[in-house]
Design a protein around this ligand. Structure first.
Ligand code: BTN
Length: 223
């Protein structure tokens, strides 16, 4: 499947603009005036970084798999020691350099990717951040990234998630280490044991009980 690239100088949010386009379109913008992150947070969007939204068709495949697919594709595109933090953060040297926001619109899934190619927010974020020191343009990066996305989407369609799951696990941040999950009604502390075939995080508490985490904020190691 080949993707069509739509480029804008400035938009409110590429995730919003992408809603107007059919599947297999990617919308990128130089800046976003109302970039949004997970959990209603703001995604600061200065010039020079990547703000891209990929329109996927809604299929039987759980939307969360597309987030893993995007993360893996970023890792494969850049020759850097990146790690993937469950569920949808991209880290360099333990610091966040990218994030993914999945949204549904009618029969489409909009997968928004923000990547600090050349700068990072100076203030207003609650976690350590970094950038990739990438010298090319966001459009050039997107074209390279699309090659990986096409390959991985084909794999997901033909072989299902198990293959991508293995790749994701090989880049997983904090695997087998301590993890704290902050859920709407409780906190769980334990070990990040595995990723289920459905993309849930397997957390094992001290009493050896297994908990499957499908949403919420998770904190690894000394975070
Ligand atoms: C996160 O909270 O980590 C996810 C951030 C996702 C930001 C991207 S930038 C492109 C797309 N448009 C948005 O408004 N958000 C996503």
């Amino acid at each position: 499947m080949t993707w069509e690239l739509k480029e804008f100088d400035v938009v409110l949010s590429t995730n919003e603009t992408a809603c107007d386009y059919p599947p297999f379109t990617v919308v990128i913008a130089g800046r976003q005036l109302k970039g949004r992150g997970r959990m209603g947070r703001v995604w600061q969007s200065p010039l020079g970084n990547l703000y891209a939204s990929f329109v996927f068709p809604k299929t039987k495949t759980p939307p969360a798999f597309l987030s893993f697919l995007l993360g893996i594709s970023v890792v494969q595109t850049l020759h850097k020691p990146l790690a993937l933090k469950w569920p949808n953060d991209i880290l360099l040297n333990g610091k966040k350099c990218g994030g993914i926001l999945l949204e549904q619109e009618d029969d489409k899934i909009i997968a928004g990717l923000g990547l600090n190619l050349s700068s990072c927010p100076k203030s207003g974020v609650m976690y350590p951040v970094t950038h990739l020191g990438y010298r090319g343009t966001p459009a050039l990066f997107t074209k390279r990234l699309l090659k990986s996305i096409e390959k991985n989407y084909e794999l997901l369609e033909t072989k299902g998630f198990p293959y991508l799951r293995e790749i994701w696990l090989s880049h997983a941040y904090g695997l087998k280490g301590p993890v704290k999950a902050v859920l709407p009604n409780k906190e769980l502390i334990g070990t990040f044991h595995d990723l289920t075939p459905n993309g849930e995080l397997v957390l094992i508490t001290q009493d050896k009980k297994e908990h499957l985490i499908s949403c919420g904020d998770v904190f690894f190691g000394k975070e």
